[in-house]
Design a protein around this ligand. Structure first.
Ligand SMILES: Cc1cc2nc3c(=O)[nH]c(=O)nc-3n(C[C@H](O)[C@H](O)[C@H](O)COP(=O)(O)OP(=O)(O)OC[C@H]3O[C@@H](n4cnc5c(N)ncnc54)[C@H](O)[C@@H]3O)c2cc1C
Length: 260
C-alpha cells in the first residue's frame, strides 16, 4: 500500500487537478481575447514549460504552468510586486499592473527609482498574490494559507510609443473599473510623457495554488482542537462621493455596484 505521505500527495494533486478547471473557467483565454491587444503580441504557448528558475520546488504539486491558470490569477489581482536589483541592493516595489495578451504592463512616475533604473531594460521578478483563506490546522506547524500566486521572470523594457502607452493605461483603468476610461479625462501629452510603462513578456512564469482544508499529521486528527478554513475575500464598501464632486452628477453604475 502507499505510505501516508504519498496518499496525501495524491489527494492534493487530485484536488488541485479537479479544482483547476473550475478556478480557471471564468478567465484565461476569455479575458485574453477581450483584453485590448498590442500589435507586438508574442506567441506564447498554452503551457510554458518550467525552467530551472521557475520550477516550484516546495510542495511542487501546487505548481502550475499553463497560461489559463496564470492568466486567471493575473487578471483577478491588480497589485504586483516588482523585484529588481540595483548595485547589489534588491528592491521590491508594489505597483498596479495589467496583463495585455502575452505580457504584463506596469507603470509609475518616470521619476521613481524603479523606472529610472529599469528604463533600459532590466531583469525583474514580478509577483502577484491572491489570499483566499487562513487554514487552521490542529497543530501550529501545519497552519497555512489558501492562496493563488504567480511569479514571472524576465527582462522588462520600457514602452515608448505614445499609442502603446495609452493602450496600457487604458488596460490598467478598464481592468479595475470597466467604463471608467471613457468617463474620466484621458491623459494629455504632458501626463503621458511623465508616465513610464514597462512591459514584461510572459515567457518564464509559474503559478502556485493552495486550496482545501488543513492537512494535519495523522495522530493530530484525534486532538480536540477546532480546525478548518477562514475564507478571505476583498469586499468593496459603498462609494464615498468627493466633497468637491457636483452632487448632481450621478454615481456611475460601476462605482455604485462595484463587485469583485
Ligand atoms: C500568501 C502566501 C503564504 C505562503 N506561506 C508560506 C509559508 O508559510 N511557508 C512556506 O514554506 N511557503 C509559503 N508560501 C509559498 C512560498 O511562496 C514559496 O512557494 C515557498 O516558500 C518556496 O517554494 P520553492 O522552494 O518552490 O521556491 P523557490 O525555490 O524559492 O522558487 C523556485 C521557483 O518556483 C516558483 N515559485 C515559488 N513559489 C511560488 C509561488 N508562491 N507562486 C508562484 N511561483 C512560485 C518561482 O518560479 C520560483 O522562481 C506562501 C505563499 C503565499 C502566496
Amino acid at each position: 500500500m502507499f505510505p501516508q505521505g504519498v496518499i496525501a500527495y495524491l489527494k492534493l494533486f487530485l484536488t488541485h487537478a479537479a479544482l483547476a478547471p473550475a478556478i480557471n473557467q471564468m478567465g484565461g483565454r476569455e479575458a485574453a481575447d477581450s483584453a485590448p491587444c498590442f500589435s507586438m503580441r508574442c506567441a506564447v504557448p498554452e503551457t510554458i514549460p518550467p525552467t530551472e528558475r521557475t520550477r516550484v520546488v516546495r510542495e511542487s504539486h501546487r505548481g502550475a504552468y499553463d497560461r489559463q491558470t496564470v492568466d486567471k490569477i493575473l487578471d483577478e489581482a491588480y497589485v504586483c510586486h516588482v523585484g529588481f536589483s540595483v548595485d547589489g541592493q534588491p528592491y521590491v516595489i508594489p505597483t498596479l499592473y495589467a496583463r495585455v495578451g502575452d505580457a504584463i504592463y506596469f507603470h509609475g512616475s518616470a521619476a521613481s527609482r524603479m523606472l529610472r533604473n529599469v528604463s533600459d531594460g532590466i531583469s525583474v521578478c514580478v509577483t502577484v498574490t491572491l489570499t483566499d483563506g487562513f487554514v487552521l490546522a490542529r497543530s501550529v506547524f501545519n497552519h497555512s494559507m489558501n492562496y493563488r500566486s504567480v511569479v514571472a521572470l524576465g527582462k522588462a523594457t520600457r514602452v515608448d510609443a505614445p499609442e502603446k502607452k495609452l493602450e496600457a493605461l487604458r488596460a490598467f483603468t478598464e481592468k479595475i473599473l470597466s467604463g471608467r476610461w471613457n468617463d474620466a479625462r484621458q491623459p494629455n501629452e504632458k501626463e503621458l510623457k511623465a508616465t513610464s510603462i514597462l512591459c514584461l513578456p510572459l515567457t518564464e512564469v509559474s503559478a502556485k495554488i493552495r486550496v482545501g482544508p488543513p492537512e494535519d499529521d495523522a495522530p493530530d486528527y484525534a486532538l480536540p482542537v477546532w480546525a478548518g478554513v477562514i475564507p478571505l475575500s476583498l469586499t468593496p464598501g459603498a462609494p464615498i462621493r468627493d466633497e468637491k464632486c457636483d452632487p448632481t452628477i450621478p454615481t456611475p453604475a460601476y462605482a455604485a455596484h462595484y463587485q469583485r
